[in-house]
Design a protein around this ligand. Sequence first.
Ligand SMILES: [Zn+2]
Length: 210
Amino acid sequence: MQKLQEISQLIFPTRCLGCHKLSPTICADCLTQWKKRKFKTKYSDLSVYSTFSYTPVAASVILAAKENGDSTADKLLIDAIVWQIENLELDFNKIRLVPIPSSKRSIRNRGRSFIVNIVEQISQQIGIPMLDCLTLTGKTIDQSRLNRQQRLQNMKGAFSMKAMARGELLLIDDVITTGATLKEAARALNSQGFHAQISAITACVAQPLR
Ligand SMILES: [Zn+2]
């Protein structure tokens, strides 16, 4: 088996998703930055569970999935989220997975709504239904250059509902930084008055911005 893998590497060389040198998926060096853990972050009453620390390797994996549609990178993120869902020992019959939608512009550029597509794959894999009920209102700007306070301001009223949501909901996103996006999504979900039980899972957790 080992021999076969070596031969296949010679014929179809793959590059490490972390550092791009020739290596299968993630090389031994980058693996030191890619370790599964049970991170839990609290944002007022929202608990967020994450699997990987947002290291340069994690950033590179997310970029490959998000911007290049790399299916191996997708699988790593899916695996990270599924691992965390399974850790929570939830009643799979009661839960709905709620993806954080992408902006119209990102969907055009990437050819898919990134997290919606990731959650579709998770849903097929583990049999928890997806509830794609959030939509972006279009008033937000790209937040990569914004600080914590600006992000909170930017995300206010960012989501509206395109379908009803109730019960036990698990919000899903790729990375949590300030919690602004997930908090606003949870607010939108509860705005219908049902007060769903909401927690969130992300593949990665970044150091909080100041
Ligand atoms: Zn590497």
